[in-house]
Structure formats: C-alpha cells, structure tokens
Design a protein around this ligand. Structure first.
Ligand code: ATP
Ligand code: MG
Length: 318
C-alpha cells in the first residue's frame, strides 16, 4: 500500500549573520491515508512554518540546507526539479493557506483576477463557473471577489485564501495558523469551514497551529515540535488523554488554565537558541522534571504504545 505522505529526516537550516539556524532538525512524520489530518503544534519559532515551506518548496533564499526525503503518493518530491514540482504538485496536489494571508495576495489585483490567474496557469477552463462555486462554498460574496484585497476584512481574506487553496482540488492542504489573525468568533467560523471542507472533499490537512484546542477539533493525529525536533507524536486521543512529554503536558495545562479564565497562560522560560549546538534534551532547561542526565545525549523518539512516540528519557517514569 502506498503511503500518502511520509517525510524522513526533514532538515531546514538558515544562514544568518549570527550563524546557522537549525529551524527543522531531522523531522520524520507521516499521513498514512488521504483524508487524514495531521496537526503540527508547538510554540512560536519551533519550526512549524519552515517544515510547511519545505514541503511546498518555498523556502527563503538564505536556506543553507534542505535535506531529508518527502515521499508523497509514491514519489520522492525532493528528486523533482523546481519546474516539475511547480507544474505538477504545488497548488495542484499540495496547496496551502500561508501564515500571513494578506501579504500572500497581490494587492493590485482583485481576488477574482487572482483565481483566474491560478486556473490559467494550470490550463483550466470554465474558470468563472468554478470561481462562483468556490466562493459559495467559503461564503464570500461575488462583490467581494471583484475587490482588491485591501477592501476585504481579515475574515474575508482568510476565506479567499482558503478558496484559493482548494481551487485545484488538491489532495493535501497545508494550513499555517489559519485563524491567528482573526477575532474569536471568526476563528470558530473558519474552523467549522475547514472541518466541513475536509469531510466533503476528503482533503488531507497538515494543520500548523500553536492552539491545541483547534488541532483537536480538526485533526486525527498530532505532532508536537520543540526547537526544530519532534518531541511527541500520536493520535489525538493519545496526545490529549495521555500526554507523555513534559512539554506537551505544559501546553495542555496552558489551554486548561486559559479556559478557566486565568488569562492566557504561557510556559515559563524561552525556547532555546537554535544556533547553539544542543548536547542534551533541548527542553531540559525549562522542564521542572529534568535531571542532570537530561543534559547529556539528545533523546530519540521511542514508541511507548502503538503509534505513540515520545522523545524524553523520563517519560516512562512520569
Ligand atoms: P511561528 O509560530 O512564530 O510562526 P514557527 O514555528 O512557524 O513560528 P518558523 O517560522 O519555522 O517557526 O521559524 C523557525 C526558526 O527559524 C525561528 O527561530 C525563526 O526565527 C527562524 N527563521 C525563520 N525564517 C528564517 C529566515 N528566513 N532566516 C533566518 N531565520 C529564520
Ligand atoms: Mg510560523
């Protein structure tokens, strides 16, 4: 059986005046069946967008290393040249809703013109009919579609970008913080829209978020990323009911505290500098359970029960 998506040792480094930043550091994950949704969660700066951009081949110019393998529907995408990838995969099979949707749109062209350009670039006719169907699905008026992005609200921009991502009926949509710029009532609407699109079209999602509650509403499988590495992965139930990594537990505590009305809770301390070489567990300096041994040797992902993996030497003891 061909797996839908599997990355192995995905690595992204950036060159900066201050040194090399290891944004994604040997990340391996999979979506085994089309239609499944995988959440990529973690705090700001842990490498979520970089991992998404690597899948889309949209890494910035100062990328100094992009390695590992990305198998998608039986093909290793890293072996394709940029032109083949652009023509046959990006938007057509793997589309995305970028983290900063507004700046991803062309400010001088109407939303409709941007749809037309995408369809034309892929040789698709009957664009008008397709566009009106897409707009109806995401609940955007025809009038709005004829406007430039500046005339649209944040929620409308988000809907337009979701419609663009679904335009060519891709098998996988990468959603990078699809609600981060929206107010709470709109967040809920966008999440419901994503859930219904997924059901209707059997589209797979790689859902990037720092919001575990949203991930739980949309996704079947979870990956928790810390400082460019996966620290825990499993099914939604495994991660929510029996989180094993101290970092995952802290993330879950933060949402429950926030829900109890104690304001937005944060994990004390800061993520490590991705330029340094880490000799031990990168979470150890913020971990209230860490022991001296945690600072020696980077923990590897261990399978603790079927499908549930954790990279923590203490996880079995907790
Ligand atoms: P956020 O939740 O804030 O969007 P993220 O998890 O998506 O964060 P990334 O944007 O992938 O994180 O960034 C990972 C690390 O790489 C961060 O330390 C970030 O500052 C750094 N980084 C991202 N893009 C570049 C770049 N073009 N050049 C140098 N460093 C970068
Ligand atoms: Mg990001």
């Amino acid at each position: 059986l061909t797996e839908f998506l599997r990355t192995a040792g995905l690595t992204v480094h950036y060159r900066t005046p201050g040194g090399i930043i290891r944004a994604v550091d040997g990340v391996s994950f999979e979506i085994s069946q089309p239609g499944q949704a995988l959440a990529l969660i973690g705090e700001s700066g842990c490498g979520k967008s970089s991992a998404g951009l690597a899948l889309l081949r949209l890494l910035p110019g100062n990328t100094s290393e992009f390695s590992g393998s990305i198998r998608f529907e039986g093909c290793d995408l890293t072996t394709l040249n940029n032109e083949d990838f652009r023509r046959s995969y990006r938007w057509k099979k793997i589309a995305w809703v970028p983290q900063n949707t507004k700046s991803s749109l062309d400010p001088y062209f109407s939303i409709e013109a941007q749809f037309k350009e995408l369809f034309e670039a892929h040789g698709i006719r009957n664009a008008a009919e397709k566009i009106s169907r897409l707009l109806a699905t995401v609940g955007l008026s025809k009038e709005k579609c004829g406007s430039i992005p500046d005339r649209l609200s944040g929620g409308e921009i988000q809907r337009a970008c979701i419609a663009l991502a679904f335009a060519l009926e891709p098998a996988l949509v990468i959603l990078d913080e699809p609600t981060s710029a929206l107010d709470p009532s709109l967040k809920g609407q966008i999440i419901s829209l994503l859930i219904s699109l997924k059901k209707e079209l059997s589209t797979s999602y790689l859902f990037i978020t720092h919001d575990i509650a949203q991930a739980a509403a949309v996704c079947d499988y979870f990956i928790v990323l810390y400082a460019g590495k996966i620290v825990e992965k499993g099914t939604r139930e495994q991660i929510l009911k029996t989180p094993l990594h101290p970092y995952t537990r802290k993330l879950l505590e933060c949402i429950s505290l926030s829900h109890q009305g104690e304001g937005v809770a944060y994990i004390p301390g800061e993520p490590p500098d991705l330029k340094g070489s880490n000799s031990g567990c990168s979470f150890a300096p913020r971990c209230d359970q860490s022991e001296a041994a945690c600072l020696k040797g980077v923990p590897v992902l261990d399978e603790t029960e079927e499908g549930h993996f954790v990279a923590c030497r203490l996880a079995r003891k907790i």
